[in-house]
Design a protein around this ligand. Structure first.
Ligand code: 2HA
Ligand code: ZN
Length: 271
């Protein structure tokens, strides 16, 4: 078996957490990431016959039984992930009963997975149903996206349409748009279910006045989705209070989407 420090999935997670912290998206213990790891890849670095302890999931996820995830720890700081992954991260496998997690590595100080695991697992389930290649669910608190939540209607079409108009490439990067949830209590199965429902249609879901969820095949893809929304929200916040002189029109958005051949939400354009 190879040392887990050499595992590409661990390196990716360490680099992503550090990058997100550096961008100010994950203050204190804000944010969480879960990465689905193929069994064969996990077996190169971990003894899959040995579980360190069992942790109840707190919800029922029979469809994910046997699946292995690298998950950030509850109460842990993204700032510290890169230097001490074994304390701040864990590798868990969903037990055959669909109700427990078997800890295979990590959470060294007796910790456990993020309190947002219901939203992560329910979102994995929802995204895997539309795209068998989905691997990553990522949550964070990007500053401008959050700021925009206070001054813009929290509604899928309106929010997406505004973001698309802020940067030329937005409609190409997230043609499926952004789902938006109202403010809800976080850490609950209810917000998990609401997030997963949106994830059936969107790879991006805003949690009103809290943050954002992204889903994708790779860490780069998922990070890139959130990064693009955050850039558009930044442009919005820099210009929302100024007289509008120029704009990207709906026909121009359509022209872009058609030129790049993306399957965009046509009902999210007005003209
Ligand atoms: O775990 O971001 O939503 C910290 C959070 C909760
Ligand atoms: Zn959060």
């Amino acid at each position: 078996m190879k040392p887990i420090e050499q595992a590409p999935f661990l390196t990716e997670m360490r680099l992503s957490a550090a990058n997100m912290y550096r961008l100010g998206w994950d203050e204190r213990n804000g944010g969480n990431i879960s990465l689905l790891i193929d069994r064969e890849q996990a077996a190169e670095y971990l003894d899959l016959n040995q579980s360190l302890r069992t942790i109840p999931l707190g919800f029922y996820a029979p469809e994910l039984a046997g699946k292995i995830f690298l998950v950030t720890g509850t109460g842990k700081y993204f700032k510290n992930v890169a230097d001490d992954p074994e304390t701040n991260l864990g590798v868990i496998r969903v037990a055959p009963n669909g109700r427990d997690a078997e800890l295979l590595w990590g959470y060294r100080d007796g910790g456990r997975f993020t309190s947002e695991l219901p939203a992560h697992f329910m979102s994995h389930r929802a995204r895997l149903a539309v795209d068998a290649g989905n691997r990553v669910i990522m949550h964070c608190h990007p500053t401008h996206t959050l700021a925009m939540n206070y001054v813009h209607p929290l509604e899928d079409k309106a929010f997406t349409h505004t973001l698309w108009k802020m940067c030329t490439e937005c409609i190409v990067v997230f043609p499926d748009g952004v789902g938006v949830l109202p403010w809800m209590l976080c850490g609950t199965n209810e917000i998990g279910e609401a997030t997963a429902k949106k994830m059936a249609d969107y790879r991006l879901v805003v949690w009103g006045m809290h943050g954002i969820y992204g889903a994708g095949k790779t860490m780069d893809e998922t990070f890139g989705l959130i990064e693009t929304v955050e850039k558009a929200a930044q442009i919005y916040m820099l210009t929302a209070h100024l007289p509008r002189v120029n704009t990207i029109t709906d026909p121009q958005l359509r022209e872009l989407a058609e030129f790049f051949g993306v399957n965009y939400r046509k009902d999210f354009l007005d003209e």
